[in-house]
Each structure stands twice: as structure tokens, then as C-alpha cells.
Design a protein around this ligand. Structure first.
Ligand code: HEM
Ligand code: HEM
Length: 140
């Protein structure tokens, strides 16, 4: 179970990063064009991978020896274990909340260019948060 979810989480990370980059580049390139159902679908792919990755990460947090079971004062003092216990989960949660807000705003915003801006800004900041807490020493 642990190994399977760990591989899923590791693999979904590629798909999520790719989907976020495609969403942002597409929104940036389309800013002056109408916002269509297709534009929304591209952003939806990023949202779905973000939500899936969150569920996989949450499961991993309770299955992995690096997650909740490693919680202690000593682990907090050590950079790598603190990354897995606190920084990685919290920043990733924040990133996914931002991505979800960016997607939800599409329904409410009036003008097409502001819909694209919502994706560029919220997905963009979300992507930066994600990149800041990926454990680069062990991934890819
Ligand atoms: C703990 C797990 C999850 C939480 C807390 C969560 C939370 C949310 C929230 C708050 C929204 C609202 C966005 C809006 O305002 O429209 C949303 C939308 C959505 N979620 Fe999740 N989600 C979770 C898991 C998943 C999973 C596993 C998937 C799919 C594989 C998924 C797919 C979607 C989709 C497709 C939408 C957008 C619906 C639309 O088109 O408006 N979510 N989710
Ligand atoms: C945007 C969301 C996320 C991304 C892109 C992401 C990415 C990654 C990557 C690339 C790894 C390294 C996997 C490997 O060693 O091959 C990892 C490990 C881990 N992630 Fe995430 N993660 C995300 C969200 C989360 C969340 C929300 C949690 C917990 C609530 C979480 C918990 C963990 C844990 C516990 C590990 C260590 C697994 C182990 O080696 O035993 N992740 N994550």
C-alpha cells in the first residue's frame, strides 16, 4: 500500500507540474482571445491533478515513515524530516487552495481577460509554492 501510493504520488507530481505549466502558458498566450469551454477544460485538468495529488499526499502522510508517525521535537530540528512533516504538506495544501480559488473565480468573473488573469496569477503562485517544497534531493 505504502509503496503503491508513494509511486502514485511521485508520478502524479509530473502530471500536475505539466498540467499547471500548460494551463499558465495557454492562458498567457490566449489573453486577448475569447474565453471558451475549451479554455476552461485546460484549466480543469490542472485542478483535477491538484486535487488527486492532495488525496494521494494525505494518504501518504499517514502511511509513510516520513509523515505523521515521525512527528517529534527532534524531527522538527532536522531540516529534511521537518520538510516532510510540516513544510511540504502545508505549502502544498496552500498551493492547492490557491489553484482551486483561481479555477472557481472563472465562473464569477465577468470579462474574459480577467478569467485568463485568474489562471495566470493563482495557478502561477500555486506552482511557485509547489516548486518551493518539492523534495528535490529525492525527486525526480
Ligand atoms: C479531500 C479531497 C478534496 C477536497 C477537499 C476537494 C475540494 C474541492 C473544492 C472546495 C472544490 C470547489 C471548487 C469550486 O468552487 O467549484 C472542488 C472542485 C473540484 N474537484 Fe475537488 N476536492 C477533493 C478531491 C478531489 C478529487 C480526488 C478529484 C478528482 C479526481 C476532484 C475533482 C474536482 C473537480 C473536477 C472540481 C471542479 C468542479 C467544477 O467543474 O466546478 N476533487 N474540489
Ligand atoms: C501539489 C501537491 C504535491 C506535490 C507536487 C508533491 C510532490 C511530492 C514529491 C515529488 C515527493 C517525493 C516522492 C519520491 O520520493 O519519489 C513527495 C513526497 C511526499 N509527500 Fe508530497 N506532494 C504534494 C502534496 C502533498 C501533500 C498535501 C501531502 C500531505 C498531506 C504530501 C505528503 C508527502 C509525504 C509524506 C512524502 C514522503 C513520502 C515518502 O518518501 O515516504 N504531499 N511529494
Amino acid at each position: 500500500m505504502y509503496t503503491g501510493i508513494k509511486h502514485l504520488h511521485s508520478g502524479l507530481a509530473y502530471l500536475l507540474l505539466a498540467a499547471l505549466i500548460v494551463s499558465i502558458v495557454y492562458a498567457f498566450a490566449s489573453r486577448k482571445k475569447p474565453f471558451t469551454a475549451g479554455s476552461k477544460k485546460i484549466a480543469l485538468i490542472g485542478l483535477i491533478f491538484a486535487h488527486l495529488q492532495f488525496v494521494a499526499g494525505l494518504a501518504l502522510y499517514f502511511l509513510s515513515p516520513l509523515g505523521a508517525s515521525n512527528f517529534s521535537g527532534d524531527a522538527m530540528k532536522e531540516k529534511v524530516s521537518r520538510l516532510y512533516i510540516v513544510e511540504h504538506p502545508l505549502m502544498m495544501l496552500l498551493a492547492i487552495v490557491l489553484i482551486t480559488i483561481g479555477y472557481s473565480r472563472i465562473k464569477r468573473l465577468g470579462s474574459d481577460s480577467r478569467k485568463y488573469d485568474s489562471i495566470i496569477i493563482f495557478y502561477g503562485i500555486g506552482l511557485l509554492f509547489i516548486l518551493s517544497v518539492i523534495p528535490w534531493k529525492v525527486w525526480p
